[in-house]
Design a protein around this ligand. Structure first.
Ligand SMILES: [Zn+2]
Length: 395
């Protein structure tokens, strides 16, 4: 926390004020009282402390309210460049790094390739080098780096910061928190990458402060992050919650990496769509093309050009994804679904089919559920990771 060694109650009140300011700035002391439920004297005292440590700033009188009697209220907002958090996403073949200021603005982002079979130590060294450099640059600007968030693929024990299993990286039981804490003297928080993508979207993206959000990443696999009002990020009792990709949508369907049959991931992953397209085009060999150049992006491109096989493969995949999304909507009723990943998730053509299928399989279709693109695209995991660190240390 920005003010150390506080009682739990005071810590909660400070976080309440800073969170309220994040989503409602600029704001007066009186409006802070209304939105936080704190008394005017409590708000004044805490604001005084927060101004002293430069986490917030006073903007002066509200020019919109100077027609009435008396002095217009002074407005307050977060001081964006006073504190920051670093974020790192360790993807299947890339490392995304960046820094987020207090208002969620990205600074100094970079993306590096991770070679197949690269050892964890080498990835941690790259993260350490980047974070140490950012830390000293921020110090020069009188700003403070409060922590590092790390987003990793696969199963994560978030309490201990252990990446239990990342099949795409070949990692098992890697203690990410311990490895990075021993190299850097700042707090480190670790979670699954798609979960953190959802968190970043809900805090700083277009879906900020929404009434419930389902974030789905479609690519080599199918990841899902769920943020619920009043609960926050859904992790489940044993850190394995939100596994949309391993929900059965076609009993007896193709075998999944997890060993079960008919999982959503086994039907709509990059590899599944390419295989399905190759099977169809083998029947009409004149449209077959070079399989080495095939990807979901090229299949979507072919569908856009009217290719019948590409269209049928993608329509079927959209149907399966819609079944999965409708199931989550029926149970959780989010206000927004955010999609990220490859062209199947993002192109307008496939998006229409995914929407139609979701709508068709929902129980109640009275309330419209918005289906939108992720705000930070390729940086989404990094932003989410830094958000987790800001949430732990500031908000
Ligand atoms: Zn599975």
């Amino acid at each position: 926390m920005v003010i150390k060694n506080q009682s739990e109650m005071k810590d909660g009140n400070i976080r309440n004020i800073l969170r309220t300011m994040l989503w409602n700035a600029p704001i007066s002391r009186a409006d802070l009282c209304k939105k936080t439920g704190l008394t005017p004297s409590a708000v004044s005292a805490l604001i005084r402390e927060l101004l002293e440590i430069r986490v917030i700033q006073e903007l002066g009188p509200d020019s919109q309210k100077n027609q009435g009697v008396g002095r217009p209220p002074s407005l307050l907002q977060l001081r964006a460049n006073s504190y920051a958090a670093a974020g790192a996403e360790i993807g299947a073949n890339y490392l995304s790094l960046g820094v987020l200021d207090l208002t969620g603005e990205m600074q100094d982002t970079m993306i590096e390739k991770i070679a197949p079979g690269e050892q964890p130590e080498s990835v941690f060294d790259q993260i350490t080098c980047y974070v140490a450099k950012q830390d000293s640059q921020l110090k020069e600007k009188r700003a403070k780096l409060v922590g590092l968030g790390v987003a990793v693929t696969g199963l994560v024990d978030t309490k201990r910061g252990i990446n239990r299993f990342a099949p795409n990286l070949g990692w098992r039981d890697i203690n990410v928190t311990e490895e990075l804490s021993s190299r850097l003297s700042i707090p480190v928080v670790v979670d699954n990458n798609v979960r953190l993508m959802a968190l970043g979207e809900q805090w700083f993206g277009n879906a900020r402060d929404s009434g419930g959000l389902i974030f789905v990443q479609v690519g080599a696999g199918v990841g899902c992050g769920i943020v619920l009002p009043g609960i926050g990020l859904l992790r489940g009792a044993f850190d394995g919650g939100g596994e949309l990709g391993h929900c059965t949508v076609l009993p007896g369907g193709p075998v999944c990496k997890c060993g079960k049959q008919g999982c959503l991931e086994a039907l709509i992953s990059e590899r599944a769509l390419v295989s399905a397209y190759l099977r169809r085009t083998a029947i009409h060999s004149e449209t077959a093309g070079d399989p080495r150049s095939l990807s979901v992006d090229t299949i979507v491109e072919a569908a856009n050009q009217g290719d019948i096989d590409a269209t049928s493969v993608l329509r079927e995949a959209a149907e399966f994804l819609g079944i999965g999304l409708a199931t989550l909507v029926n149970i959780l009723e989010p206000s927004q679904i955010v999609l990220n990943g490859n062209a199947f998730a993002l192109s307008p053509l496939t998006r229409t089919w995914i929407c139609e299928s979701t709508q068709r399989h929902r129980f109640s279709s009275e309330e419209n559920i918005e289906l939108s693109d992720a705000t930070f695209k390729g940086h989404q995991g990094m932003v989410g990771a830094a958000t987790a660190a800001l949430q732990q240390e500031i908000f």
